[in-house]
Ligand binder design. Structure first.
Ligand code: ADP
Length: 161
């Protein structure tokens, strides 16, 4: 396709589900920018800098993927980067209504940037950052759900290490 896509999210922290979507996107688009948006309505566990660092470590073997952050509107940011598309992941039906709302708003803000939805690998259909944080908080086993260095970072955050 030879084009640039933005993969936006909170990534608090990145999970293997996010990584699956980033990987798929990187195969289709020439360049993918994974952008941490500082969503004020969520109270994050990791700072933006920490989230960027965890994302960079997770995507270091993907040559056409870079990591960035922004506190602007997604569509303004995408326009500024001259992006052609936005990539979002879809897990279960429960994601659908929320994603449709954002996408129709984004389309109203900028008709020229298309949103692409990608279905995650089935094994990640019920995986979310919040679920991972909840389990990690009680020192539960989250191996296989997040990259190893994210698992370590969660342990440090909750003082298990
Ligand atoms: P947001 O706050 O924008 O929802 P998230 O970091 O939770 O940010 O998610 C970013 C994107 O990744 C969203 O498109 C979301 O649907 C997708 N996503 C989150 N978890 C998974 C997963 N397990 N599999 C596939 N996509 C996912």
């Amino acid at each position: 396709m030879g084009k640039l896509a933005i993969c936006p999210g909170s990534f608090d922290p990145i999970t293997n589900g996010h990584l699956d979507i980033i990987n798929r996107g990187a195969k289709v688009f020439e360049k993918v920018i994974v952008t941490v948006f500082n969503n004020q309505s969520k109270s994050p566990l990791f700072t933006v800098e920490e989230r960027i660092h965890l994302l960079e470590e997770s995507t270091k073997d993907m040559p056409n993927v870079t990591v960035d952050s922004s506190d602007h509107l997604l569509m303004d940011y995408a326009q500024e980067k001259k992006a052609h598309a936005v990539i979002r992941g879809l897990r279960a039906i429960s994601d659908f209504e929320y994603e449709m709302q954002i996408t129709s708003m984004n389309r109203k803000l900028n008709e020229d940037i298309e949103t692409f939805f990608m279905m995650t690998n089935n094994q990640y259909s019920f995986l979310s950052s919040s679920m991972v944080k909840e389990v990690a908080k009680y020192n539960g086993n989250i191996s296989g759900l997040v990259p190893k260095h994210v698992e370590e970072a969660l342990k440090r955050k909750f003082n298990y290490k």
